[in-house]
Design a protein around this ligand. Structure first.
Ligand SMILES: Nc1ncnc2c1ncn2[C@@H]1O[C@H](COP(=O)(O)OP(=O)(O)OP(=O)(O)O)[C@@H](O)[C@H]1O
Ligand SMILES: Cc1ncc(C[n+]2csc(CCO)c2C)c(N)n1
Length: 273
């Protein structure tokens, strides 16, 4: 296989104190870019907020709700602060943008955030792309977002739930292969490993692993080689109907992956509740 440039990946954005990789789970309020200097945009989808949603919110460069995701922020953020006045909590967690076909956001939620100055982008004319797709387009095309080319996109609530939505969300990873997009749930995260690069994934053991998978969703892979896993691939083919790497285990501090096809990487998140 021809040599190709390296791309590194880290889930340090989930660390409580991103500068120290020995610290434990899920981010605290801090402000500013995450661990490895990679700033991120937070995208909230229409599923129950993960337990660490408010912590990621505090450090995001920009916060976008995909249609009904706005209901989840409106209802869910106060639930993460049970002792506090719900309205006070809501005022602290104001989305910058709500975008989608707007058939799921409740009218009172739309009015509430509109009155607070949130930008509402109605794309109800487009019934061919998902709300997640619309929001990723917004982030990649919006000139007002600083440092956009380095911006990672964290999509909360993208996994678990309806299978058609999950597949639509994974399709967005393949539609925007040049953008770093991470789909998150309470239980795991996934992202795309474009075939154009070799990949070096830093494992944050306090918050992720040990279960992981390497899956050729878009197309079969003729050859994939890995290091750092319990069951490594060595110039191995993967396809649906044949071998795909599920229920694998991370062994080392970093995992390297090279493949002739785009692959989906997934790793479990540890339960810190
Ligand atoms: N159950 C789910 N599982 C995974 N992702 C979801 C789920 N529900 C919503 N999403 C994500 O949140 C986004 C916004 O959801 P919303 O329910 O507002 O979309 P929608 O277009 O109204 O959905 P639909 O009309 O298909 O029910 C979706 O584009 C999708 O990316
Ligand atoms: C072949 C095909 N299948 C499904 C849809 C429906 N659809 C896909 S994305 C979307 C918007 C959801 O907010 C809707 C309604 C379509 N247009 N074309």
């Amino acid at each position: 296989m021809a040599p190709r440039p390296a791309m590194s990946h880290s889930s340090a954005f989930l660390l409580r104190s991103p500068s120290s990789s020995s610290s434990s789970a899920a981010a605290s309020a801090g402000g500013g870019p995450d661990a490895d200097g990679a700033a991120y945009a937070l995208l909230v989808l229409n599923q129950r907020l993960p337990r660490f949603a408010h912590l990621l919110w505090d450090r995001a460069q920009v916060r976008v709700c995909a249609d009904g995701g706005a209901n989840r922020v409106f209802d869910g953020m106060p639930e993460l602060f049970p002792g506090e006045d719900p309205d006070e909590v809501r005022r602290r967690y104001k989305p910058d943008v709500i975008k989608g076909d707007l058939d799921s956001i409740r009218p009172e939620v739309k009015e509430y955030y509109s009155n607070m100055g949130t930008k509402i982008v109605d794309e109800s004319h487009d019934q061919d792309t998902t709300d997640l797709h619309k929001c990723v387009t917004f982030i990649t095309e919006n000139l007002d977002i600083p440092n956009k080319s380095n911006l990672c996109i964290l999509a909360l609530g993208a996994l678990g739930g309806r299978f058609d939505h999950e597949m639509g969300n994974i399709n967005v990873l393949h539609t925007f292969p040049n953008n770093k997009i991470i789909l998150l749930s309470d239980d795991c995260l996934i992202f795309l490993l474009p075939r154009t690069h070799t990949h070096n994934i830093q494992i944050e053991r306090s918050i992720e692993g040990p279960h992981c998978g390497l899956i050729p969703i878009g197309a079969p892979s003729g050859t994939t080689t890995t290091t750092g896993l319990k069951w490594n691939l060595d110039n191995t083919s993967m396809s649906f109907g044949g071998l795909i790497s599920t229920s694998n285990i991370v062994k080392d501090e970093s995992v390297t992956i090279t493949s002739d096809s785009d692959l989906i990487w997934t790793i479990s998140l540890r339960d810190h509740s």
